[in-house]
Design a protein around this ligand. Structure first.
Ligand SMILES: [Zn+2]
Length: 249
């Protein structure tokens, strides 16, 4: 195969429709399709893969994309089983399920705001996280966490979101990224040696992380959140669950 297809979600999270050409088709029951360019996010870092639709302009035939995933360096689109897949060379209109993706972008950004507040105000490191559209959870090494503290964290996160902070994406050479003290806490040092470029997400003035996901451009788009629960996963490890106050905004 020629050079890897363009992967636009990493550079422009707001791209929701493009035209692309089929480069590779594999499998019959749930065919995997590789395109010369795509806006699908393949999942990773706690953010689920996009869903969407492929439309062949030539005859109006459509296919439902039920998931996307990394396949080597490519992003493969997994189709619902539905008769013949598109053919190599076909021109397709590629649409992601935007309402779902935008909810994920808002949720992902809210989780970064939560990480930023917990780190800045309590010095607790994040150890993991996961999300669905509109809700998510983060795990912290946070021995002193309590119900009162969680209430104040919720209020602080909402204040930070309301401050309309810009959210910026950058791609840094590895050495430069490793020189940023804030990035070390997110266990950037676990990244394999072969990775030469580090993608970072910054909520300006609040949080900076190495991250592969999609986020909104300003915290005002998140709206407000509420903490829906917290639990101890041991003496040190604690989990905080949040949801968007308005998941369909
Ligand atoms: Zn993230």
């Amino acid at each position: 195969m020629t050079a890897t297809g363009e992967q636009l979600a990493y550079a422009d999270a707001y791209a929701r429709s493009i035209t692309a050409t089929v480069r590779h088709v594999e499998g019959e029951d749930a065919p995997l399709i590789v395109l010369d360019r795509t806006i699908f996010y393949p999942g990773g870092g706690g953010q689920p893969a996009d869903r969407g639709v492929l439309l062949r302009a030539a005859d109006g035939r459509t296919w439902t994309v039920r998931a996307a995933r990394k396949a080597g360096s490519e992003i493969a689109h997994e189709l619902e089983p539905d008769g013949d897949p598109p053919a190599v060379g076909d021109t397709l209109q590629v649409d992601i399920d935007w309402a779902r993706r935008f909810a994920l972008m808002r949720t992902h950004t809210a989780l970064h705001a939560l990480c930023g507040v917990v780190w800045r105000d309590h010095g607790a490191q994040v150890t993991g996280g996961n999300m669905e559209p509109g809700s998510g959870r983060m795990d912290f090494e946070f021995e002193s966490m309590s119900g009162d503290l969680v209430d104040s964290i919720e209020a602080t996160v909402n204040r930070e979101l309301a401050a309309e902070r810009d959210v910026r994406v950058a791609i840094l050479p590895r050495a430069e990224a490793f020189a940023i003290p804030d990035l070390i806490r997110t266990k950037i040092n676990l990244l394999p040696d072969g990775i030469e470029q580090i993608r970072t997400i910054e909520i300006v003035g609040l949080d900076l992380q190495a991250d592969g996901g999609t986020h909104v451009a300003n915290t005002r788009e998140v709206g407000q959140i509420r903490v829906t629960g917290y639990e101890s996963k041991g003496r040190i490890n604690k989990r905080i669950r949040i949801e968007l106050m308005d998941p369909n905004a």
